[in-house]
Design a protein. Structure first.
Length: 711
């Protein structure tokens, strides 16, 4: 049954003439199916307004239909309106909510909401739509499916927005990758003079961005998609480096797909402390992607072009020691352009007493801006060239540098003990298309495959303290941008160890040789501190000094090390289970202290292996202290043989002391996996002897994985 609401009630939230919303909701009840119609007379020139001065909730058995031209209003008051039943309206304004209250929808009430419901985009690109967009976001429930904010094919002008848990944003896909907004595209332009990102994910637990310790036991923002939107950073009218487009921190499961970014003062996308993200099929025009502490994520099919005149590195993957690992970066095109030749840098001096750095010009950086330092001779003691630092602003030309965001939040700067010698430089990023900037062994187990790195102004890929990453089938073309001397297609520095480079094509000249004629000096080069890297099966040509200049590496087509992650293991005895470590940020296979528990995984014996040493990579999953006894066993089995012998395969017990909670420990277990034959099947079994007298840790031990190293 359809009930027509009477608009001439002074307050729809109280009893009125029998046809106020309050009257009708009370009459219908919560079980009978009905429809409330907010009508608009076609002969009425002005919009018909339905006023709510008192909070009202419409139950889920009642459908709400608002005709075009009808408007629900709070008259600037404090009333809330909750619509729990299905909702039907076009895309014009239907809510005039200007007071302190809000309009919200219950779970399943709407498939999508439009900013235009809260505000008319009268002059696209000029009319500010911040409040309308934020109202649309806030109207959706964060639980039970969330919802979608849908953007029409027009330009929205907006200041900073906060995207809630479980809420998605989607526009009409860009028709092409022009640097100006093409027709039939949903576009959002950042308001001039912005001092915060256009879109920030909602930090549910209220912690400080990038300080992962705050997330222990707290909720995490997650489950949002931003898709098919053209973003304009309004670069000509911005002064703050906080004017990113999307900034996501302390978050899980965020997808950014099919978006175009241009004219950005800060970063197009800045991810701080995340997991399970998907960055897919985006186009970043003369802007950069900055990722800090990201794990288990996919970055695929993006075109990242050039950086801008402030940021040197188009693709910057940084880890200050909190684990950027197990990411897959594939099928991306990452190139540079002439803008980077003029990227901003400042010379600086350092005060060894105050730790204050004074720059040669007004830097404009805000707290937390990532930077790198360089020198012509010796940096001030306490600083190194191979890592990312964080700015703590002191004044327009003064700052302090911090090793991590945690030390920035704590106010503990780098201890600078002398002024150094030579000329020192500070800038956002380094001369490289891709920079993996690690710290404390956290930048590892990432896979780069089938990417194209073009027109590198400086290095193609730079690894600083990055270990055990894999680079396969990438194409890296050199540069004629005027910075080829001393540069490499791939550069390793600061103990970047045990990385694998295979099947890559590294060309020291740009593919447009008639335009760019200079060559990089090296194909693959290190600084003499790196060991255990494998370089095999690559095509490396056209370098002025040497195709390979690496102090210690192997070229054998043999894998020297295998890491079996915890998710590959299944329980064999007891009940080892996958559970959370690191305050729900990561997972491990949890072994109980009460008795013997065993888990096993199958692998194929690699080429050239006859025996191997085993290392258990694990953490203390609780607050206790003590030792854990581990055994790693294994036996190769060929086709036609029984697997029963695996149960008695050798392997000695090894006790090792647990670290503090969630601190990684590597335990080299006794004995060796022997009699291995290439191509055989190998069952690898890891055991915790929880009932052994030498196993004194009273809580769970979490296995991250097992590392096998060829003897």
């Amino acid at each position: 049954m359809i009930f027509r609401v009477s608009y001439d009630n002074v307050d729809q939230g109280i009893a009125g003439n029998g046809n106020s919303v309050k009257d009708l909701v009370d009459s219908i009840g919560t079980t009978k199916r009905a429809t409330l119609l907010f009508s608009h007379s076609r002969t009425c020139i002005t919009k018909e307004t339905y006023t709510f001065l008192t909070t009202e909730s419409i139950p889920d058995n009642i459908k709400v239909v608002i005709e075009e031209g009808a408007v629900l209003s709070d008259a600037g008051g404090s009333a809330d309106l909750t619509i729990n039943g299905s909702f039907d309206h076009g895309s014009s304004k239907c809510f005039d909510w200007t007071g302190t209250g809000s309009v919200s929808f219950g779970a399943g009430a709407v498939k999508e909401v439009y900013p235009e419901w809260w505000g008319e985009n009268t002059t696209p690109g000029t009319t500010e739509m911040t409040t309308a967009i934020q109202s649309a976001i806030d109207s959706l429930p964060i639980l039970n499916g969330g919802g979608l904010v849908k953007f029409l094919a027009q330009l929205y002008y907006s200041d900073s927005l906060t995207l809630k848990y479980n809420v998605n944003m989607e526009g009409i896909a860009p028709q092409n990758f022009s640097t100006t907004a093409p027709p039939l595209t949903s576009s959002i332009k950042l308001k001039a003079g912005a001092t915060a990102p256009l879109i920030t994910t909602d930090n549910v637990n209220g912690g400080t961005p990038g300080n992962s310790a705050i997330g222990v036991g707290a909720k995490r923002y997650q489950n949002s998609t931003i898709k098919n939107i053209y973003f304009d950073g309004n670069l000509a009218n911005q002064t703050s480096f906080d004017a990113d487009i999307i900034r996501s921190f302390q978050s899980w499961n965020v997808t950014i797909q099919g978006c175009l970014f241009r004219a950005v003062k800060g970063f197009a996308i800045r991810i701080l402390d995340g997991n399970l993200h998907n960055i897919l099929d985006n186009f970043l025009v003369s802007t950069s992607l900055y990722i800090e502490t990201l794990a288990d994520s996919l970055i695929r099919g993006n075109q990242i072009g050039g950086g801008n005149t402030d940021i040197w590195t188009p693709f910057w993957l940084n880890d200050p020691g909190e684990h950027s690992w197990q990411n897959i970066i594939t099928e991306n095109l990452i190139w540079n352009n002439s803008a980077n030749v003029a990227s901003t840098s400042y010379t600086f001096t350092a005060n060894a007493t105050t730790e204050i750095i004074t720059t040669s010009g007004t830097h404009g950086w805000s707290d937390g801006t990532p930077v790198a330092v360089l020198t012509t001779n010796t940096l001030p003691a306490g600083l190194v060239t191979q890592k990312t630092y964080y700015v703590g602003t002191e004044g327009s030309t003064t700052l302090k540098l911090y090793a991590t965001r945690a030390t920035l939040n704590a106010g503990t700067p780098i201890d600078i003990t002398d002024a150094g010698t030579g000329t020192h430089t500070i800038q956002m990023g380094k001369s490289a298309n891709v920079w993996l900037s690690g710290g404390s062994g956290g930048m590892k187990w990432n896979t780069f495959t089938a990417n194209r790195i073009d027109q590198a102004y400086g290095h193609g890929i730079l690894l600083s303290n990055a270990d055990e990453n894999t680079f396969v089938a990438n194409v890296i073309n050199g540069s004629g941008m005027g910075n080829a001397v001393g540069q490499a297609g791939i550069k390793l520095e600061n103990t970047s160890n045990e990385n694998i480079f295979t099947g890559n094509t590294i060309n020291g000249t740009d593919y447009v040789s008639s335009i760019y004629t200079s060559k990089q000096d090296y194909g693959i080069q290190d600084d003499g501190t790196c060991t255990g890297n494998k370089i095999s099966g690559n095509i490396i040509i056209n370098h002025d000094v040497a195709d390979i200049s690496v102090a210690e590496y192997t070229t054998e087509d043999i894998t020297d090390e295998i890491f079996i992650p915890h998710k590959e293991f299944d329980a064999v005895a007891g009940s080892p289970i996958i559970g959370a470590i690191g305050g729900t940020r990561r997972t491990a296979l949890l072994f109980d202290a009460a008795g013997t528990e065993i888990a096993a995984a199958w692998i194929m014996v690699p080429k050239g292996w006859s025996s191997a040493d085993a290392t258990v990579v694990w953490v203390n999953a609780g607050a206790g202290a003590g030792d854990v006894v581990w055994i790693v066993q294994g036996l190769p089995v060929t086709v036609g043989e029984t697997t029963n012998a695996i149960d008695s395969a050798g392997g000695g017990a090894t006790a090792d002391t647990a670290g503090a909670q969630d601190v990684i420990v590597e335990t080299d277990t006794a004995g060796s996996l022997s009699s291995l034959v290439e191509g055989d099947w190998l069952s690898v079994r890891v055991t915790r002897l929880g009932g052994d007298g030498s196993d004194t840790l009273a809580n769970d031990a979490g296995v991250i994985g097992v590392k096998l190293v060829r003897d």
